[in-house]
Design a binder for this molecule. Structure first.
Ligand code: HEM
Ligand code: SF4
Ligand code: FES
Length: 589
């Protein structure tokens, strides 16, 4: 086994001096962990440990070891635990990210790392006395549901001491970290609470004390009381929803004596993901595996969900690697956000989790019970609440989850077109969604409700318009963005989907194009390409009938014309775009 100062990665047989080399503490610690995580082999004998490698030489050695280790694992070489190549790869990536001394070779080295085969299945390996190594690209998101781009594989802190949370900075190696279970922890025992329609199953030994069940259904789940569960205190559908939302996997339910594990685990529909909660554990959903350094499944408690669990991030759990709720008692805190940061409407609302809570209450509780809306959504897709929450998150300044993952504006439009919604349905939609916002605990302050409510009033009117039989909705509208200062703009600033009233809005005049050999000028030619409606739509940014404004924004306007996203009711013909481009080339006079 290599000593503290030097380590050899799997297969390469080349010792690395990790104390005197160019490695920062994290990288060095990870290399040590990677090496220590596997059984010793004869070629580990440190032939030249302590020699003073030149940085470039050391970099080559690390990369060679990373590649050999990855190849050994993928070639199925026995004795190469999963953690070794992953930890080495993560170490190399961290080192690149933190500006390791690679000189002109940075891109080449990054490309070598990217070329390594990844682990297909999303999983978390436990480094003994060290961090969590995440592979297989599960989504890693913050407590608001925003993706954290941490690289693959990545190394997450589980001792609670890292200064760069959620990443590991080797605090575990520096300060020591005991990853064992407390013998006095709550016993691993599954209890059964029979009810008339549903029996609740519960293992206190893995509860992470999120309080979700007790806050949501205090008549069924009793904080600090005995018995913990009285199923007769709530409706069956409410209990099932509470069980499905238990983040630790402690809860389950059975109907007619048969456990509904599959249903409690969301029927396998959730994508593998890890949420870094605020001041609390990692929440794994979607069946992310938890394995030892050797790749063996970590034993789960009796009846625990295989689909979701909570892993300790504070270092104090009595039931490591799982969370036992100790983070609350030890007052584990993430770094405080910049006090001068003005939150977006999305952040203030509570992010994607809060918006999803709201849409689920709306579509699962209020809509089915409503005579006007119930039939309309009777055959909605099962993930409709997620989709609408993703749309709203993006509108209010959150990540582009709907545009990137669900089809963006065109998809939303296509789902409303032809539905012939009525004004009564529209108004009911607003009423019930507003009620759901209250039920889901979204903020109730005047500023938030003003921004939120104004978007609902605006957005539902567009949905109504676009759904009419004679509607011709614009095809290229950008994703709406609603911040604290946005409103929809003055009347007419939007291209209507409904046929224009001919008397009220006379047709736009034909553009005034230059005659053969006539010089191309802003006035009258280019100005006449923009219609009155185009001008109104862009008035929030600049004036399309002002020579100075159009000259100043000419490249951006040309780009939008070329990619067809402007005007929003249909792209210009190629000759007209060519004319605008020529005007720029000829000096934008
Ligand atoms: C701000 C207002 C609204 C927003 C943000 C919104 C959002 C959305 C989105 C994103 C979708 C597509 C989901 C997907 O990707 O499949 C959708 C579909 C749909 N929307 Fe809306 N909507 C709004 C207003 C309304 C109103 C007022 C109604 C009816 C009263 C309505 C009825 C529907 C229906 C019936 C579907 C199709 C559901 C299905 O069968 O899957 N929407 N909406
Ligand atoms: S972890 Fe599950 S059982 Fe424990 S408090 Fe949270 S919801 Fe309830
Ligand atoms: S995060 Fe450590 S006990 Fe919950």
């Amino acid at each position: 086994m290599p000593d503290e100062g030097s380590a050899t990665a799997a297969g390469a047989g080349v010792p690395l001096d990790v104390t005197d080399g160019p490695w920062p503490a994290t990288t060095a610690a990870l290399i040590r962990l990677a090496a220590a995580a596997r059984p010793p082999r004869p070629e580990d004998a440190p032939e030249d440990a302590g020699s003073d490698h030149a940085p470039a030489d050391s970099v080559e050695r690390l990369w060679a070891q990373v590649e050999v280790a990855a190849a050994a694992r993928h070639g199925g070489e026995p004795g190469v635990p999963a953690l070794v190549p992953a930890a080495l790869q993560a170490a190399a990536r961290l080192w690149l990210r933190d500006g390791g001394d690679t000189g002109p070779d940075r891109d080449r080295l990054a490309a070598r790392l990217d070329a390594l085969p990844g682990n297909g299945r999303p999983r978390v390996s436990l480094a003994p006395g060290g961090p969590l190594v995440v592979e297989g690209r599960p989504a890693i998101v913050d407590h608001l549901g925003r993706p954290l781009e941490l690289g693959d594989p990545t190394v997450l802190c589980r001792c609670g001491g890292s200064a760069v949370k959620p990443l590991c900075d080797a605090a575990c190696a520096r300060d020591g970290f005991d990853d064992g279970k407390d013998p006095d922890r709550v016993p691993d025992r599954r209890d059964t609470y029979p009810g008339v329609q549903v029996t609740v199953l519960d293992n206190r030994g893995i509860c992470q004390h999120s309080g979700r069940c007790t806050d949501r259904l205090p008549g069924v789940f009793h904080a600090g009381g005995e018995p913990f569960v009285t199923p007769s205190g709530g409706r069956m559908d409410e209990i099932v929803r509470a069980v499905r939302d238990c983040p630790s996997g402690a809860l389950g339910y059975a109907v007619d004596g048969i456990e509904a594990r599959e249903q409690a685990d969301w029927g396998g529909t959730r994508a593998p993901s890890i949420e870094v909660t605020q001041d609390g554990p990692y929440r794994l959903v979607g069946g992310v595996e938890v394995v030892s350094a050797e790749g063996a499944a970590v034993p789960r408690a009796e009846g625990a969900s295989p689909e979701h669990c909570a892993l300790c991030r504070c270092g104090h759990s009595q039931n490591k690697p799982f969370c036992s709720g100790m983070h609350w008692y030890v007052e584990f805190r993430d770094p405080v956000a910049d006090p001068d940061h003005v939150p977006s409407v999305f952040e203030w609302a509570g992010g994607l989790p809060a918006l999803l809570r709201m849409t689920r209450i709306f579509y699962e509780r209020h809509v089915p019970a409503d005579d006007l809306l119930g039939p309309l959504f009777a055959s909605m897709s099962p993930d409709h609440p997620q989709r609408v929450a993703a749309w709203l998150a993006e509108v209010f300044g959150g990540p582009a989850v709907y545009s990137d993952g669900y089809g963006g504006y065109h998809r939303m439009l296509s789902m409303h077109v032809g539905r012939r919604l009525t004004e009564q349905q529209r108004a009911r939609w607003v009423e019930l969604l507003t009620r759901s916002a209250g039920d889901a605990g979204l903020p109730n302050d005047a500023e938030f409700r003003s921004a939120f409510g104004s978007y609902l009033e605006w957005g539902t009117r567009l949905a109504f318009e676009n759904s009419q039989t004679d509607a011709r909705p614009p095809q290229n509208m950008p994703m709406p963005r609603w911040d604290w200062h946005t409103s929809a703009g003055p009347p007419g600033s939007r291209v209507s989907a409904l046929p224009a009233d001919a008397a009220a809005s006379p047709p736009d005049p034909a553009p005034d194009l230059p005659a053969e050999g006539e010089p191309l000028r802003f006035d009258p030619h280019v100005r006449s390409l923009f219609r009155a409606g185009d001008r109104r739509s862009m008035s929030f940014a600049f004036d399309l009938w002002s020579h100075d404004d159009v000259r100043a924004h000419a490249p951006a306007i040309l780009e939008r014309l070329r990619n067809g996203s402007m005007p929003c009711d249909g792209a210009w013909p190629a000759e007209r775009i060519g004319l605008f481009a020529r005007w720029i080339e000829e000096g934008a006079q």
